[in-house]
Design a binder for this molecule. Structure first.
Ligand SMILES: [Zn+2]
Length: 400
């Protein structure tokens, strides 16, 4: 049993508690979250007291561990087409050993900084050992794209083999299409079979929508230059391509949504499926496109918002705290209690783990993360805020 306290507890599922105490059993299960009774908790016997605030462990809903070694490989502000071309040009310069080491370091960093679960994209098996050996829970999205009809069957077959290998190593895995602009409709259909979760890059730039609405634009030009046939225009924004293929039993994570409109949101909300989460990666969006996602629209719509760090290639830290700091700087009117919800319960819901992770509630095993160097009067992050995981008992998928 462990009793932990700090200046504030931010349970996410209930209001902040000043000087509250969290009681955990030896497995990390929350037995109680309570206000102090009588004496100050820092003076109570058997209570660990920390300066700062205690939160549930972070859930990073979108990450590409396998791109960790490509930090700085693509130029900043080059747009999505420039970013894709930049990564393609640099990939071959690194060995698997270098990629493995960078992924391993990112995993250790995000764990130490308070992350307990990650939705991670894999195109290869390169990071499987890192993920299988990590105390962090990983759901692996085995990703495929393809614009050549002749490549669809082999692409899906290799994805199924990769997912089976991930599961053999004890990893949770599902197949997913990469994005509407890179994935033929028949590949979408094949990847839907038996896949409970999709994590699809969505409306990451204006030219993605342009390709589907009218044709042309930078992505269209990029694919032509690569000898590929771009997707033909259909008079609708790109999100409709994904929505057409979602099955009733699936959970859908839509990632980025930088150019998503209220009408696009409404179209998604009308789709019958197990739930849609809107995953935002603001640092990555600023790095690649120099723009931010439509936060006010998504908040007004009541969307389940989750946060992701995307890859280190797009300038992010593997620690979600840096996304929270950016949001605090760019959207100062949005309270920490709300952005913190996106970094915890929002991500847990996206990954189907809201019953065990994401909030400090009795019966859950969410992990406890300490935030230090906060502005405790205003309950706001500062540029100097740091985060640390205080608990080492990590729930697994089987614990749901
Ligand atoms: Zn991504």
């Amino acid at each position: 049993m462990r009793r932990i306290s700090a200046h504030y507890i931010l349970p996410v599922s209930s209001p902040p508690i000043r000087n509250g105490i969290i009681t955990l059993d030896d497995s990390g299960e929350v037995l109680d979250v309570s206000a102090p009774s009588g004496s100050e908790p820092e003076e109570s016997e058997g209570v660990e007291f920390y300066s700062g605030a205690l939160t549930p462990g972070f859930v990073n809903a979108h990450c590409h561990l396998e791109l960790s070694h490509l930090k700085g490989a693509a130029p900043q502000g080059a747009g999505l087409a420039g970013f894709i071309a930049g990564l393609a040009a640099h990939r071959a310069k690194f060995t698997d050993e270098q990629a493995h080491r960078a992924a391993s370091l990112a995993d250790a960093q995000l764990y130490a900084a308070g992350t307990v679960a990650v939705g991670d994209v894999s195109n290869h098996r390169l990071t499987f050992e890192v993920k299988a050996g990590s105390p962090v829970f990983y759901h692996t999205f085995v990703e495929r794209y393809g614009l050549r009809r002749e490549d669809v069957a082999s692409g899906v077959r290799s994805a199924r083999m990769l997912a089976a290998e991930a599961e053999r190593l004890g990893l949770s895995a599902s197949l997913t299409p990469h994005a509407p602009y890179s994935t033929l409709p028949e590949m979408y259909d094949a990847l839907a079979q038996g896949s409970a979760f999709w994590s699809v890059h969505n409306q990451e730039c204006a030219d993605e929508n342009l390709m589907f609405e009218k044709g042309g634009g930078s992505l269209h030009e990029l694919f032509l230059s690569m000898g590929l046939t771009p997707m033909p225009p259909v008079g609708k924004s790109s999100i409709h391509c994904t929505l057409r293929h979602v099955a009733e039993g699936q959970r859908l994570l839509l990632v980025h949504n930088t150019c998503t409109t209220a009408a696009d949101y409404d179209a998604a909300a009308a789709v019958r499926c197990k739930g849609i989460s809107w995953v935002l990666c603001p640092t990555s969006n600023l790095y690649i496109e120099r723009r931010l996602p439509p936060l006010r629209m998504l908040r007004a719509k009541g969307a389940n918002i989750a946060l992701g760090t995307d890859s280190l290639a797009s300038g992010a830290s593997p620690n979600l705290l840096e996304e929270l700091k950016l949001l605090a700087e760019r959207f100062p009117d949005v309270p920490l209690s709300e952005t913190l919800r996106w970094a915890t319960l929002g991500g847990a819901t996206a990954l189907g783990m809201e019953h065990s992770l994401g909030s400090l509630e009795r019966g859950k095993r969410p992990g406890v993360t300490l935030l230090t160097n906060l502005d405790l009067d205003k309950l706001k992050l500062t540029p100097d805020t740091k985060s640390y995981l205080l608990t080492k008992k990590i729930p697994t998928f089987a614990d749901k």
